[in-house]
Each structure stands twice: as structure tokens, then as C-alpha cells.
Design a protein around this ligand. Structure first.
Ligand code: NAP
Length: 311
């Protein structure tokens, strides 16, 4: 039997609400089951928390536009229960999953067949189930590059690109950006040692300029990307104002927050090309959709629908 997951109920209630044959008294996240037609392929995004996720909306719109019969839900896995929740979903017929904070690392570790992008990021944001095989991808970096080049019209070849932050998002972005042959790639981070560690990890692939923000004096960049979590905390980055070249693009990976402190900083430095990460979000979803379904959805209408003005 195939069922739809809805996030509610105690573990005991869940165990009793599961269909016969699947009832094994293990907590299945916080989810209840009820029957659905057998033919609907099931996907889900896993995170904690997950209520804020736009992925069900995005994939629902993709499915509608491409005529794909699928169900895509949001599942909040317990903090200590990602593995069990994901495997129960697969056992119940799940075909694939997106994974968001804080489970991207665990998703990578669970994979039997991680892609090069997932390996270099050390994290996965998309999984595909194929029998016993768990294929893992990391589409965040590709989503960023597609947004920059296709949607915003910024060709990265020959450009000087600065990534602020040295967490998972930067790690995932380095190779896809490097593949476009920028003239220079730099990573600056509050904890400089974490940026230097990236230089060592990617040494076989490219020469990265790394350091703290204080090391950026005298350098200018055509594309400055905020891959820190300051868009959520309202903190400012200690960026030298002349870090933005003339006609630079300032890009904040966070989305739906309007004019973030980073974008405000860029505006004050005279930058008028600003973008947030809504396009990256939709483009990484599109890559997962193609991977799962073999059909490329149009992203423009979905980006327009989710865009919050940068004011
Ligand atoms: P992460 O792994 O937790 O890394 C956070 C980074 O932010 C670290 O480099 C950290 O520096 C830095 N940071 C945090 N607070 C700071 C502060 N007050 N001042 C300076 N630096 C600070 O997070 P992540 O997964 O890389 O995500 C980063 C951002 O990208 C988040 O806002 C996330 O929402 C966004 N994102 C967007 C998409 C999309 O599709 N649009 C996809 C992925 C991520 P330290 O190392 O010094 O702590």
C-alpha cells in the first residue's frame, strides 16, 4: 500500500496508523498514513524544522507544468532519527528526497553512490532510491551557477568571484563556479582557518585565494556572493567598501528576506545589481526534478512567484 505522509501524531499513534504489513511499532517521524493511488510516485523534503520549506510548492508547480504524476511532501525527521525516517520512507515506496538542514551531511553519509559534487561538498541535498542503492547529489552549486548565468545574465568566465563564508553552501559552490573558468576565485570567512581548509581540500581542482575579511584589502570582485548565514541574523560582514568592482553583482544566497544587511552594505558601496537566493533555490530544485523525472521544468514562472522585492 502506498500512503501520504502528514506530519502529526505521537510515535505510538504513527505506528498504529501505518498500514498493515508496515506496522512494526517503530516511530516513523511524526507522520500519519492514509491510502493513495498506487501509481503516484512519492518524493519528500526532509529537514528539522521543515514547515518553512518552499520545496513542496516548487515541485508541485514543476509537476503540474510538466504533467508529471507525483506527490511531494515535507517531512520533519526527529533530530536523532533522520536515517530511520528516510529509510522508512524508501521502504514505503519513496522514489527520492531532498534534504535540508541539519541533515545534508548525514544524507551524504547514507549514500551508497555519491556524485563528485556531493563528495566534494561532503554533503547531499538530493537523493534517488534505486533498489538498495542510494544515489546522492548536491545541486546547490549548480543551482547558483544557473541562476547567475541564465537568469541574471552574469557570465562567470574571466570574472573575479568572491564567496563570503566557508560553510556547506560555499563548499558546494566552488567546483560549479570553477568549471565556468573565472579569472579569480576567493573565499573569505570570519574564521579564516576554515577558508584555508577549503584551499587545501580543493587544491587538486583549482587555486583558491583564501583568508579572513581583513585580507581582502585592495582586492575588487565582479561577483560578490554572501554564503554566510548573516541574512538570517542581521549581522554585517566586515567587507572593505572597495571590494565591489564597478558594475559588480552582489548576491545573497538567503532568500525571501528583502534587503538583507549584506545587500544593504552593497547598496551603500554603490552597487545597483542585487539578487537574493530565490533563483538558486528554484534552479537546484529543477536539477533534482530533471534527475528524478527526466524532464526539465521551466523555472522563470516559479522564481517570479516566490520572489520577494529587495527593499
Ligand atoms: P553553514 O554551513 O552553517 O555556514 C555558515 C557560514 O556563515 C560560516 O562560514 C560562518 O562563519 C558564517 N557566519 C555565520 N554567522 C556569521 C557572522 N555573524 N559573521 C560572519 N560570518 C558568519 O551554512 P550554509 O549551509 O553554508 O548556508 C549559508 C547560507 O546560504 C544560509 O543563509 C542558507 O540559507 C543559504 N543557502 C541558500 C541556498 C539556496 O538555495 N538559496 C542553498 C544553500 C544555502 P564561521 O565559519 O566563522 O562560523
Amino acid at each position: 500500500m502506498v500512503g501520504a505522509l502528514h506530519c502529526t501524531g505521537t510515535p505510538t499513534e504513527q505506528a498504529h496508523a501505518q498500514p498493515e504489513g508496515l506496522r512494526d511499532n517503530r516511530p516513523l517521524s511524526r507522520c500519519l498514513w492514509y491510502p493513495k493511488p498506487l501509481m503516484t510516485d512519492r518524493y519528500a523534503v526532509f529537514g528539522h524544522p521543515i514547515a518553512h520549506s518552499k520545496s513542496p510548492l516548487i515541485h508541485g508547480l514543476f509537476a503540474q507544468a510538466t504533467g508529471q504524476a507525483l506527490e511531494y511532501t515535507a517531512i520533519e525527521a526527529p533530530l536523532e532519527g533522520f536515517r530511520d525516517t528516510l529509510l522508512a520512507f524508501r521502504a514505503a515506496g519513496g522514489r527520492g528526497a531532498n534534504v535540508t538542514l541539519p541533515f545534508k551531511l548525514q544524507a551524504f553519509e547514507l549514500a551508497t553512490h555519491p556524485s563528485e559534487a556531493a563528495r566534494m561538498a561532503g554533503a547531499a541535498n538530493a537523493l534517488k532510491f534505486d533498489g538498495e542503492r542510494i544515489l546522492a547529489e548536491n545541486f546547490d552549486g549548480m543551482g547558483l551557477v544557473n541562476d547567475l548565468q541564465r537568469n541574471l545574465g552574469v557570465a562567470l568566465a574571466g570574472k573575479r568571484v568572491l564567496l563570503c563564508g566557508a560553510g556547506g553552501a560555499t563548499r558546494g559552490a566552488i567546483l560549479p563556479i570553477a568549471a565556468e573558468k573565472p579569472a579569480l576565485m576567493a573565499v573569505a570567512n570570519r574564521t579564516a582557518a576554515k577558508a584555508h581548509a577549503l584551499q587545501a581540500d580543493f587544491a587538486n581542482h583549482l587555486a583558491l585565494h583564501t583568508g579572513g575579511y581583513e585580507d581582502l584589502g585592495g582586492m575588487t570582485f565582479d561577483v560578490v556572493i554572501n554564503a554566510t548565514s548573516t541574512g538570517l541574523s542581521q549581522d554585517r560582514l566586515p567587507l572593505p567598501p572597495d571590494v565591489f568592482a564597478r558594475d559588480a553583482l552582489a548576491y545573497d544566497m538567503v532568500y525571501g528576506k528583502g534587503l538583507t544587511p549584506f545587500l544593504q552594505q552593497a547598496t551603500e558601496a554603490g552597487v545597483d545589481r542585487l539578487a537574493d537566493g530565490v533563483g538558486m533555490l528554484v534552479e537546484q530544485a529543477a536539477e533534482a526534478f530533471v534527475w528524478w523525472r527526466g524532464v526539465r521544468p521551466d523555472t522563470r514562472t516559479v522564481i517570479d512567484r516566490l520572489t520577494v522585492p529587495l527593499t
